[in-house]
Design a protein around this ligand. Structure first.
Ligand code: 5GP
Length: 135
């Protein structure tokens, strides 16, 4: 199926919709998930028009993982957890992305679970906390 340039993450990349940014470089952007599974749940997305994660070119795929590494460490510092887990789903938003989620057990990566109810203020506080451990 053709890439939909009006999906939510494409609009975030174009600056048409705000996000709680964690970090950014030439190829990749990361920001808070608006309906998180856990506090400090972060999305990492490539700056290229690709729907499925494993259709990404080698450059975007490898850069995205290297970009995600310090963010995962910041999540582990920012929120008490056993480690930072990651997941690729993409059934809701058709722009490639990686979920970074603090986990203590496998069920913490169960995306059929009810999401947390967070206020914009809580999202911002978590964003600032992650960023403070990143730099
Ligand atoms: P998936 O496509 O991997 O199934 O899930 C997409 C994820 O994007 C969900 O966890 C959802 O909460 C998140 N999401 C959907 N719309 C927005 C949005 O407008 N802003 C942000 N920050 N996250 C979103």
């Amino acid at each position: 199926m053709a890439y939909d340039p009006n999906n939510i993450f494409a609009r975030i990349l174009r600056g048409e919709i705000p996000c709680k940014k964690v970090d950014e470089d030439a190829h990749t952007l990361s920001f808070r998930d608006i309906n998180p599974l856990a506090p400090t749940h972060v999305l990492v997305i490539p700056k290229t028009e690709t729907d499925k994660f494993f259709d990404l070119s080698g450059v975007y795929l490898s850069e995205l993982l290297l970009f995600a590494q310090p963010i995962a460490h910041a999540i582990e510092s920012a929120y008490p957890c056993n480690r930072c887990g990651m997941s690729v789903i993409g059934l809701e938003v058709p722009h490639a992305h990686l979920h970074l989620v603090p986990i203590n057990n496998a069920d913490d990566l169960n995306f059929t679970r009810e999401k947390l109810k967070v206020t914009p203020e809580e999202l911002r506080e978590d964003q600032e906390r992650i960023v403070s451990f990143l730099h």
